[in-house]
Design a protein around this ligand. Sequence first.
Ligand code: ATP
Ligand code: MG
Length: 381
Amino acid sequence: MREILQVRFGEIFLKGSNRPYFMRMLVERIRNAVKELNGHVWLSDSRVYVSDLTDMDEGIRKVSKVFGVHSLCRSLELPKDDFNAICEAAVQLVEDHHGTFKVNARRSDKRYFMDSPSINMEVGHYVLEKRPDLTVDVHNPELTISVEIRDQAYVYTKPIMAVGGMPVGTNGRATLLLSGGIDSPVAGWMIAKRGVSMSAVHFNSPPYTSERAKEKVLDLARILSESLCGIKVHVVPFTDIQMQIHEKCHPDYTTIIMRRYMMRLANAIAHKERAQALVTGESIGQVASQTMQALTCTDEIADIPVFRPLIGLDKVEIIDIANKIGTYETSILPYEDCCTVFTPRHPATKPKMEIILEGESKLDTEALIQAALDGTVVYDL
Ligand code: ATP
Ligand code: MG
């Protein structure tokens, strides 16, 4: 008998003829997640199994974060012919349990010498004999002991819920505009959860933003990297663009114009990365540059879709997710962002396109964009 992890997947079930591809990707992602724990991962009977983990708890933590995994079970694996051992395994699993239980048997091996109702009865009787303090409740048990008869027998109790989603890499590529704030890491995580590989762009404005502020963003990317299966961060020098906007454009319009330049650069980097969409952490009305009118003005710059997965979320809801994915504590460290440098006193919440275009006509956009791209440094995390 040995203890293994039985991994269940969620939406991959929906994938008709593409299902083998999604399964292969999921196995690869799980394999990658447990490689430092020497985990052995295999696919059998449409289930993924993980064995030989050097640290079971750490293995569970890692596998439950792999996008595409719906839930997992710590499961005892035994030879199916040894029915007594199956009964003993069931007793072992109720060691700490008090109250009601039921046995739920399933056979994918239909030639097995007992049918499911008989397995339920026999295992249930055996458990009651060893643990007369327990009672059976078939309708509303406090604990279900599952017995699965496949190529081997698997006995387990409660499933552990995992993250869900789809394996990274099965749904294209996107480029995330990553600031040091709370929102954008959450936005990137949410899109990656749908199976999208992610790269990131960060704008910094030295000397107005510090080296430590940039390091904070790279730390956020490192935290995300485990779930995202790696992330490349393009750090783009943004000082010259901001200075020129500040000098030449209408003071109420500096933020919106700055955001359009961010979009231009992110769009160019997305093309280099062969990404099919941009992702931002914007939410309707959160700040002046996120009114519907302002979002329309920045959207217009991109020639690929801009995904804003937080668009309808409140800050408290975003903070909940940030806590869950482990980025919150880093996000709230007090370092400056280029957006907070030169903020206008009365940012336009209903920006007019003529004023934006008039401001931008005073800037040598092509040269500014090229210089920023030339100065970009890429970190592979
Ligand atoms: P966040 O909490 O993610 O920092 P925010 O609340 O500070 O966002 P804004 O400053 O308006 O809001 O930024 C909106 C979005 O623009 C961010 O979610 C992010 O996608 C992008 N963004 C802002 N600043 C930067 C930056 N310095 N580099 C890259 N992207 C940025
Ligand atoms: Mg925000």
